[in-house]
Every structure is written in structure tokens, then in C-alpha cells.
Design a protein around this ligand. Sequence first.
Ligand code: KIV
Length: 287
Amino acid sequence: MRRRKTVPEIRAASGREPLVMLTAYDAPTARWGEAAGADMLLVGDSLAMVVLGHETTLDVTLDEMIHHARAVVRASATPLVVGDLPFGSYQVSVEATVAAGVRYLREAGVQAVKLEGAWPDRVRALVRAGIPVMGHLGLTPQSVHAMGGYRVQARTEAAVRELLGDAVRLEAAGCFALVLEGVPSEVAAAVTDRLGVPTIGIGAGPACDGQVLVVHDLLGISPPPRPRFVRPYALLGQAAADALRRWAADVRARRVPTAEQGYRLPAAAGRALTGAGTHPPIREVAP
Ligand code: KIV
């Protein structure tokens, strides 16, 4: 029977075959992730940038995230679906965080939520409410202004200690997995060694228990430049633009649609319509 991966299965994957997580934002990306056998689909707040055209992830709302997450859940059957809590949905209070988590599970049908940063009190409250939580440390894009840009994090001894401490506190608070983004590979390896729950890396080197990428980067849909850690496995953005250019040229040259691509009236109706009437005669309908 085809069924979704569960949170306990993901939690137990630490140290086993690497976990595969892909972002998904709609039915096509969800189907592609499912076809790739992804263990998890993340409805990332990167939605704001790669789909909605915003400059940062700060602009996407919980309503928009839920709208997209519903499509991902609808179009997938086997991966665990994780919904990113967007900026503003958990920073204000523990109560607001739980309310956002409840909406996500109830309205979108995701199985877990993710939040950025060291918020063990939010994690504890969500877990107590029965809402599984994935953590996210290192380069946390919702803090782009505080970080002064999208910069690799944890590069000093003090920052490494802080990251390790935060990771341990998030695990103790109940996170079932932890995304590590934009940190030196040695730091990700140290966190992975220290934790019992799996780490999922993005720009964090090969030692993590799993990897995640933004599907638009991986498929070459996002315009360059691409981060160093992304090897595009296709160049779909270019292929799509080329295809659409060829179609536009064919339309302008009247090469499409061809007669074969049209629909035909039954012969009797066609004869009646090609005769004279109050309206101009309709020309022979293409086959
Ligand atoms: O929003 C997102 O896509 C993410 C991944 C990069 C981990 O948080």
C-alpha cells in the first residue's frame, strides 16, 4: 500500500541511507518530487522568491503558504509534507505559533511544520499540541537583514559553540529533524555527530543525514547566479523560454494551429453553416 513516510520513520533515519527532501510549491513540483522518491517535500517559504517573485522570503503570508501547501498535499501520496512557518507567524508569541501550526495541519493537511532559528519554547508548545517540528539553523533567510545578507554562518569558534548549543536545545525541545543551511562542512559534521535526530543539509557539506534543495534551483528554473552548492540537473528555464519563443514565432507565421489540430463539425451541420444566412458564411471547418 502506498502511504506517506511518517515522522517517527524520519526521526529514526539518522546515520542510515541519506534522506532526500525537495521543496514543492504546487501540484507539478509535488508530482516531480514524488516521482523522484523524495522522503519529504518541504513547502518552503522560498515560495516567496522562486514562485511569487519577491526579493526575500519575508513577504509570503501564512494564507499563501497554506494555499500552496494544499496543492502539494493533494498531488502527492508518499512523502512526508512539511510546511514552512513564514516570517511573522511564530516570532510574536507562543500562542500565535501554535495557532499557525494548527491552521497548517488542519487547512493544508501537512504532517509537520518547520521554523527558523533557536525557538525551543515555540518547538515545545507545538510538539505538546501534537504538531511535529523540523528546526532550521545556520543561514536562516528570514533573518537576512540581521545577517547583513545571505552569508555563510558559524565561522568563528563562538558562533560554532552557539550553533551547537542551539541544535542540542532544539532537539531537547522535540524537533524530529534539523535543517542546517549555509554552514561550514566541519560544523555540520559536528552537529550531525552530536544529535540523535537527522540533520538535513543545504550548503552544509556531505556529512549531514540528508540533503534538501530548492527544486527551482536544481532544475535550472531559477535565473542565475546559483549558489555554489547547487548543481543544476536540468536547464528547464532556458528550455521553457526557447519552446515558448518557437511557438510565438509559429503563431505569427500562421504555422500553428494546423488544419489537423482543429475540430470539425458533422458534415450536415457544416453544409448548413456554409450556406448564406443573416451572418457572414462560415468557412469550411478545418478537420
Ligand atoms: O524555504 C526553503 O526552501 C527552505 C529550504 C532552503 C531549507 O527553508
